[in-house]
Design a protein around this ligand. Sequence first.
Ligand SMILES: O=c1ccn([C@@H]2O[C@H](COP(=O)(O)O)[C@@H](O)[C@H]2O)c(=O)[nH]1
Length: 312
Amino acid sequence: MFADNYIEKVLERKSHLCVGLDPDLKQFPTYILNDAEERYGKTPQGAAHAIYEFNKLVIDQVADLVPVVKPQLSYYEVYGSAGLDAFWKTVTYAHDKGLLVIADAKRGDIDSTSKAYAQAFFKDKNNSWQDSEEVDAVTVNPFLGRDGIDPFLEVAKENGTGVIVLVKTSNNSSGEYQDKITIEDDESISELVCDYIVSNYPDSIGKHGYSNIGAVVGATYPEQARNFRKKISNSLFLVPGIGKQGGDIDQLANSFNEDGLGAIISSSRAINYAFPSIESGEEEVKNSIRNIVIETNQLINESLSKANKLAW
Ligand SMILES: O=c1ccn([C@@H]2O[C@H](COP(=O)(O)O)[C@@H](O)[C@H]2O)c(=O)[nH]1
């Protein structure tokens, strides 16, 4: 199951870091773009080729250092069916290299459509029209309420995959709705989402004590993370917001349990584009990405050690 597989990879690699795969051609090394353009011209196929080549490079550099990668779907959807093809090829490549894959898709709709979304990411074993590749977890937007999330949980339960529900997002305006206190329950919208998560814990918790139902809790709100950590202690937190969004690595311990586990710390642009310039050559690009991941792992582990929350 997703949660157990994740914890085992964390302990094996001594890393809580998730490398986001947010391919933005404007920030790509020129040598990759030139090669793609020579083969396919400036077309969606060329873009998809560049994306897949770049993702393979990143994955090769980080596969022995981190447990998981997180492609964000929007960057692939920009290039239509070619972009989606690059997404699924990336999923397969990451799996072949021993990495888990979280699809950051933030889906959610009425029940029937949510079911179709769930089956797009977690394959229906009885549908032989489908390709069998699936992701290990997907992010879900709870704004439509429980019937928008339940179908994801149903499919995930059958497949042993993870559903990571937005609780408190990392962006500046996340409080506009998420922090609002309801009169009826005297709880914030984020806390109500936590209550829903807890109500679904039965049957979802693995041998390491973590549930396949996780929560997105941004690194940019460390005080709130402390509160959510208590409320949904069996959930893995997906924690975006360090790196380019300025979240403080020294406060990440608030997102972890006392066992030193429980948070998936995600960083995309600061890792993907760590090389000095788009004119950097292949070796410089590779070394810069590998070095920033080694450094970020060290910083996360040091901050957990200071808080007496290092799991190894
Ligand atoms: O609350 C959220 C939920 C998702 N994200 C996604 O994570 C990455 C962050 O990218 P960085 O370059 O590390 O800032 C991106 O794909 C977001 O869509 C988030 O930032 N906050």
